[in-house]
Design a protein around this ligand. Sequence first.
Ligand code: SF4
Length: 728
Amino acid sequence: MAPITQSRTHLRTCPLCEAVCGLELTLDADDHVVAVRGDQNDPFSNGFLCPKGASFGQLDEDPDRVTEPLVRDRATDTWRRVSWDDAFDYIAEQFPAVVAEYGKQSAGAYLGNPNAHTVAGMLYVPMLLRALGTKNIFSATTADQMPKQVASGLMFGDPMAVPVPDLDRTDYLLMLGANPLESNGSLCTAPNFPGRLKALRRRGGRLVVVDPRVTRTAKIADEHLFIQPGSDAYLLFGIVHTLFAEHLLDLRIEATGLDELRAAAAPFDPPTVAARTGIPASTIERLARELAAAPTAAVYARIGTCTAEFGTITQWLVDAINALTGNLDSPGGAMFATAAALGIVRTKPFRTGRWTSRVRALPEAMGELPVATLADEILTPGEGRIRALVTVAGNPVLSAPSGARLDTALAQLDFMVSVDRYVNETTRHADVILPPPRPTQSPHYDFALLRFAVRNYARYSRPLVPLGDRPSEAAVVARLAAALTGAPHSAADGADPMAAADELVIMGLLQKMQLADRRDELLGEDTTEQRIDLMLRIGPYGDWNGGTLNLRTLLDNPHGIDLGPLQPRLPDVLLTTSARVDLAPQQLLDDVSRLRSQLTTVAPEMVLIGRRQLRSNNSWMHNIEPLMGGSNRCTLQINPADVARLGLGDRAVVKSAAGTLTVALEPTETIMPGVVSLPHGWGHSQLTHTVARAHAGVNANVLTDDSVLDVPSGNAVFNGVPITLVPA
Ligand code: SF4
């Protein structure tokens, strides 16, 4: 008779996307996740679960993941398993030697998107970057949302002050370049985004979607408008122009730059921008009137508009329109969340360009250089050339522009170390791979994402599965930070880099707040939890700040705590020198001439855009069998009229300035003529990715061009890429 095994149920936050849904996991006696449900009692997600969340168990224990440190023999290009101590010893021997020979700037780092979802990524990776002391920091931010953060930084003084649409109360939502029915939301944390949009319509609200494709989101909207890729800034300037011209302003906040904004919008009257956008002037004027007339309204624009040539101007105009129509910082409009855990306390107004990249002199933003110039910095000889690289949870060969060039560059590094769960197209170049534990073995708190939530909320999840004799993800990052500088990094040396780092942060914060005598009151099983407790206690709802929240409160409420609807937060969130919202930052006004210069440019005959897929998330979820299939395919969507016009068959050769690909075609009327769409994150080639390799697809970033950027933010351009198509 088989032994009776006992299962147990645990609650935790889904770490897979920005929607932060509550999960109810069933684990068997051997700690395997055997069932996943949405947590019905989570006050924010109310039981919502998408296919990715439902596959959490398979992802947690993907048999193809790396489970022990690996060291690569460069001569044979083979991997061998080593102990944790040996891995860190090897790093401590190799990495500091490169830096000693070539200087601090010969080190670089790349951080992937999953860092935004982990405690280790948010609390310990910054310490790793400080240890490196290099200005060569790159991340997925400049392949994604940097335009929004630069626009927010310049308008509000703080790049993390990002207004989100007040989804649950708005009467009118104008959405550009976003497809939350596939992505589940981005820079707008909203579990069950689809349900929230349907509720908007049920209560009589109006949803207008602007996109070069009839996306799944567009299909549930009241109105969908096709737009020429990359022309969102023209549309929004047309709306701003109309608001001024028709005296539709309802500015309710303290702001500077109104006259400058009016002047900047003057050349972009709707009849002029109509040809560039493909949207009739009368429609642009109507949108402006509808936004002004709605009791409450919000404009929201996401990745399709950020990863375009005028991404930052677009993001600026989104919030300029929200402000001009009386909807910025107002219920039902675009509002700022109040996150429970105190984040980085900034004291100076945001600015970019405090240093520039070595090769192309591109300005930094938020302490990062554009990922589009990472290959330049590795390949170009000279002082400061990157020779030693650290990557954490990233696969830029598939997710950054000109991926093939970056692949070539990584092969030329003197030393590379990756913290990653897979041998992938990027980490295959590493000398050492340090695997993180299973997600169920890590604590979870959303430090970043809850700053962009549509409702104030907090939830903490402890690890569910013991670590055994392997280090936690935080300990891996902390030990790596020590090893990179040759500092003591193992217990054998009497070192505990994680605890030492935590103590430094905790005492520094306590002393700053004049609370040093309360160190012993901090709750938590380890120093990581004590840090979280401190951030909660001195945060806006904290029990050391007049509220009630601390780690104990969250542990006692494992479904999460609803902290209420968004509240007006101006002027408290502002860090501008004027202490007002800047409606016309000079740096963005300076970029308007670039926009004007392309006002009459004729669109290329064919352009490429990306697309989001419900069962996919960038490059790292294609090895999960239950997620493969259905619409999760790497095909080039194309209008049937273009197939016929170009005489194409099932496949086509796509050429851009950067490269050439042969792709499978998916003819569909849902994409506008002259535009083709290819999802990114595909092109898997590694033998160890058994599932992903069987569904390899092609790397869209062979086609994207790392020489084209959104100038103010340095963001890569993935949408509106000129291409040609010929039969395969
Ligand atoms: S929507 Fe995102 S957070 Fe929610 S279950 Fe799916 S992957 Fe997880």
